[in-house]
Design a protein around this ligand. Structure first.
Ligand SMILES: Nc1nc2c([nH]c(=O)n2[C@H]2C[C@H](O)[C@@H](COP(=O)(O)OP(=O)(O)OP(=O)(O)O)O2)c(=O)[nH]1
Length: 134
């Protein structure tokens, strides 16, 4: 069973969060699901440096102010992921390019639970919502 180590970005714009829809995949449980963008950590990278690289590659965005949020371990049917999420900001949203994703939405915290999230992301969504209620 493969085990992937992944970083994901919770990009905050004012009081809202950017949510991205993945493209089609051979694994239906992640295909076209919403996620926090990012990707696999490569040899020699930190979770933070991998995330800066992935967000530039996937979205043409520069992120800053990375603030560790939570790590989730999730077992999918065909592989396992350990995913580190960081809150961060971007200053150049008008430059965004969807190089891999189908769509993105800028949503308030109360709107997050309405999306069809990848299962591994559910703990992040629940923590974001519970923080905003606290
Ligand atoms: N980036 C990201 N991946 C996620 C999330 N939730 C989730 O289950 N995944 C899974 C889907 C993928 O199978 C796996 C790795 O993500 P990825 O496909 O974005 O990584 P990558 O860009 O390095 O992938 P690749 O170039 O090897 O195709 O993690 C999430 O919020 N963000």
């Amino acid at each position: 069973m493969k085990h992937y180590f992944v970083s994901a970005a919770i990009i905050q714009v004012n009081d809202e969060i950017l949510c991205f829809q993945r493209g089609p995949s051979k694994f239906d449980y992640v295909s076209q699901k919403y996620e926090f963008p990012g990707g696999k950590i490569e040899v020699g990278e930190t979770p933070e440096s991998a995330l800066v690289r992935e967000i530039k590659e996937e979205l043409n965005l520069n992120i800053s102010g990375l603030d560790f949020f939570q790590t989730v371990d999730h077992q999918y049917p065909d592989f396992k992921i350990t995913m580190h999420a960081f809150k961060c900001f971007t200053s150049n949203l008008e430059e965004i390019q969807l190089n891999e994703h189908l769509n993105f939405l800028q949503l308030s915290l109360s709107q997050l639970s309405g999306l069809d999230w990848a299962a591994a992301d559910i703990p992040f969504v629940e923590k974001l919502i519970s923080e905003s209620n606290g």
